[in-house]
Design a protein around this ligand. Structure first.
Ligand SMILES: [Zn+2]
Length: 239
């Protein structure tokens, strides 16, 4: 009996560990399709899609300048409250030919939210971006890349496509030189690259490192014959 109890105890612990590992994979691993479909990478493309999350911020113009110099296009996953705070910068992104996508209103951690809270924040974010840009985006990325229970029903109701990424720049935790080297050498054709032009968790921490790294990344792409395009162009979406 004691042995049996031990076995049951270990079995329960193992099941719990397996469950949390599979939940981590389902919700957090960018290529996971467990909760629903996500665009991750376009394997037969010759181009790449740079994506910028969490803006607009005071750092966004420097990112736009770097993109314009290289005649590159990108996709910006804007936070609704940030777009309302800086509407001129939010609109400059679209005016310069980049794609606007949704990233919620307040950037919550979905795994701490009820489905109703998730739905409300996504809808408010869409409405904010519509009020700033005159049109609601068709692409969406969850904050922290965390898909969760209740997200896909609202995403489907709003007709949104979910976009994850295949290469992270880790620009929230690394200096410009590291970001440039990492992204410049690891990007492959068809990649969706995660970067940030805003910072929702440390508002005082500007993204100048990302803008500096971006110039070196775009130079590396040019040398490799890689074109930087929007997510919709990369995947051939008619949004
Ligand atoms: Zn974000």
């Amino acid at each position: 009996m004691p042995l049996g109890n031990i076995s049951i105890a270990w079995g329960a612990a193992g099941a719990a560990a397996a469950l949390s590992a599979s939940m981590y994979y389902a919700a957090g691993v960018p290529s996971s399709q467990v909760f629903g479909p996500s665009l991750v990478k376009q394997s037969n493309a010759r181009a790449v899609a740079l994506t910028f999350d969490d803006g607009p911020s005071e750092s966004t113009p420097a990112v736009l300048d770097a993109l314009a110099e290289a005649q590159a296009r990108a996709t910006f996953f804007q936070v609704g409250s940030n777009a309302r705070r800086l509407p001129e910068i939010a609109r400059r992104v679209a005016l310069e030919g980049h794609e606007i996508a949704g990233h919620t209103e307040t950037h919550p951690r979905f795994y701490l939210c009820t489905p109703a809270m998730i739905a409300r924040d996504i809808e408010r974010g869409q409405r904010s971006l519509e009020s700033v840009h005159g049109v609601a985006p068709r692409l969406f990325r969850p904050p922290y890349g965390a898909r969760w229970f209740g997200m896909y029903p609202i995403v489907e109701r709003l007709g949104l496509r979910v976009v994850m990424w295949s290469l992270s720049s880790r620009d929230w935790e690394r200096p410009a030189e590291w970001i440039a080297q990492h992204v410049g050498t690891h990007t492959r054709p068809g990649d969706v690259v995660l970067m940030h032009d805003g910072d929702t968790t440390h508002p005082g921490d500007r993204r100048q490192g990302t803008a500096r790294a971006l110039r070196a990344i775009l130079a590396a792409y040019r040398a490799q014959g890689l074109r930087a395009v929007t997510v919709s162009d990369l995947f051939g979406l008619t949004t």
